[in-house]
Write a protein of this length. Structure first.
Length: 308
């Protein structure tokens, strides 16, 4: 019986792997036809002279969404530290909008797994920290950030403290802070663009806030319960499209990767290497029923086979 099951699995695996290979040749939407907006080339990072990740190549197109999927301890966060400029690779380089940003922090927004909100500061004063660091006056920063609280589902909580927020609200506050850390937000929000506000020293113009951001998210929803996590996934998928941000997402969750991504990269092994690049079908945007379709189940099964 086990032999029959194994043979059936091998046949399915072989057929579906062939299907995925065919999918990589299908013409993609316009946003994916141009050269990658953000990419890394041949990244290797060593610790104690041993490689943690090796020969990593990733491509993120403008307004795109890619996920890095793999087991714990495979080097995903190490790779993100390199991509964000927090750490330097031993080999390879990171390219953002045609510029070599290897080892340069502050070029892309980076949100860690924990929200890291300061409990003694109000929500709005947590959110504006990146603006204050850039030299924006507190009054102007508060007025500016308040315009995005409705978009992020935080309206009315500006003067609350983190301990008064739900887990999902804390993550949304942390994500808004992440967006503002690189001066990113959507010009269609309820921005209180009072005369002279955007011309103050250190504060970018309204137009500049829409200037092609890249956001790196390291398992931002992993600490949430299943229902809240699903709501946050749907919310972020919508907000990312509205804000026109390009997202690189770390996750252990196969379903999360498939639901959110254009492309899923599987990182596995010791040292961590990219074993597969999967273009998710159908292309985004997808309807809410995608998670119960045959396509979803087949792609999930393929990925689980690869991870195992």
């Amino acid at each position: 019986m086990n032999s029959i099951t194994d043979n059936s699995s091998k046949i399915f695996y072989s057929e579906f792997k062939h299907t995925l290979n065919l999918q990589t040749t299908i013409p993609t939407p316009d946003s994916r036809l141009s050269a990658p907006f953000f990419k890394c080339e041949n990244i290797t990072k060593n610790y104690n002279d041993e490689p943690v990740v090796k020969d990593i190549n990733l491509e993120l197109h403008e307004d795109g969404f890619i996920s890095l999927l793999g087991p714990s301890g495979v080097g995903k966060t190490t790779l993100f530290n390199v991509l964000s400029g927090v750490d330097k690779p031993d080999i390879g380089r990171v390219i953002y909008n045609g510029e070599d940003i290897t080892g340069i922090s502050g070029k892309v927004s980076y949100m860690l797994q924990k929200d890291l909100l300061l409990e003694y500061r109000t929500v709005i004063d947590n959110v504006i920290l990146p603006l204050l660091i850039r030299g924006v006056k507190k009054k102007g920063a508060r007025e500016f950030a308040a315009g995005f609280f409705h978009m992020f589902g935080l309206e009315g909580y500006e003067k609350k403290y983190p301990c008064e927020l739900s887990g999902g609200m804390r993550q949304r506050a942390a994500l808004l802070r992440t967006c503002l850390s690189a001066g990113r937000a959507d010009g269609q929000s309820n921005l209180h663009n009072k005369q002279g506000l955007c011309s103050k020293p250190g504060l970018q113009s309204k137009q500049g806030l829409c200037s092609k951001p890249v956001i790196l998210l390291d398992e931002p929803f992993s600490a949430l319960d299943a229902i809240t996590r699903r709501k946050m996934q749907l919310w972020y998928a919508g907000i990312a499209q509205q804000m026109k941000v390009s997202t690189l997402f770390i996750t252990h969750d196969v379903e999360e990767a498939l639901l959110l991504s254009d492309t899923v990269y599987i990182l596995n092994g010791k040292p961590g290497i990219i074993t597969h690049k999967i273009i998710v079908q159908p292309h985004r945007p997808r309807d809410d029923g995608f998670s119960v379709t045959t396509e979803f189940a087949q792609q999930k099964r393929f990925i689980l086979n690869e991870l195992n």
